[in-house]
Design a binder for this molecule. Structure first.
Ligand code: ADP
Length: 240
């Protein structure tokens, strides 16, 4: 039995080592892409090859967008490693109603030019949840930001309630949805349903991975249901 346990440990260590190696190689690739693009445009501008002002301005815009992307990627990678490495410090119980309302306000500019409304009706018995408010805010920002990114017309509904000994949080949209085959993989780091589309919408591919890590920190569960061109619903259950 002892030998079997040691073999199991070695397999586990190898698996973790492979995961670490994959992660480093993915991170390197993801960071290099915007950097290569920035370097390319800077070199062209420096060489003085661009004579038209309009084209030069467009190049500078791209450099700006790609730098922004690089910065989001670095922030998300740091956040992931922080969530992984640190025990959660709960300073004070978190008022979920305040968190939700704040995040909705934060995302208003992003829906201003879309035909989208965010619907949220606070439940009268909504409780405080013993969590780090910043983590809860991050979780909601990531889910809601996706809902907004992937919905052009319709409604985004947020529900939050206490059911028995659990806090249940749902974010549902009427957006582009996903095919079933992707649902098992979207929580993986850097997994995107459609790379081209994600690049246009400016995602890092780390948003849902961060959400899942936060949920697991609180021993919770996350579930996704989605239909292509109909919408997506994320349900999170956090035990008290
Ligand atoms: P990204 O930064 O690319 O949005 P995420 O980790 O947040 O990365 O999401 C992973 C992928 O899951 C996205 O690229 C997108 O294809 C898909 N996805 C996430 N949320 C939604 C949603 N609400 N509707 C449709 N697709 C979604």
């Amino acid at each position: 039995l002892g030998i079997l346990l040691i073999l199991e440990d070695i397999t586990q260590i190898r698996k973790l080592e492979n995961m670490r190696r994959d992660f480093v190689s993915n991170v390197t690739h993801e960071l290099k892409t915007p950097l290569t693009s920035i370097r390319g445009f800077v070199d062209t501008l420096k060489a003085g090859a661009i004579k038209e002002e309009q084209v030069a301005a467009r190049f500078i815009d791209i450099i700006d967008i790609e730098s922004e992307r690089l910065s989001s990627l670095i922030n998300d990678i740091l956040l992931l490693s922080e969530i992984e490495s640190k025990e959660e410090q709960v300073v004070a119980p978190c008022n979920m109603d305040t968190v939700i309302t704040d995040v909705i306000e934060l995302l208003q500019p992003k829906i201003a030019h879309k035909n989208v409304v965010i619907v949220y009706s606070p439940k009268p018995d909504m409780d405080y949840y013993p969590a780090n408010a910043n983590r809860m805010k991050q979780l909601l920002i990531n889910l809601l930001d996706n809902a907004v990114k992937y919905t052009e017309v319709g409604t985004i509904t947020i529900q939050c309630e206490k059911r028995k000994n659990k806090l249940v949080l749902c974010v549902e949209d009427t957006g582009i949805g996903m095919e079933e085959e992707h649902l098992g993989r979207i929580f993986e780091r850097f997994y995107r349903v459609d790379k081209g589309r994600a690049r246009k919408t400016g995602g890092t591919g780390l948003g849902l991975s961060i959400v899942k890590h936060i949920v697991e920190r609180y021993n919770g569960k996350i579930k996704v249901e989605s239909k292509l061109n109909k919408g997506t619903k994320f349900t999170i259950e956090l035990p008290y």
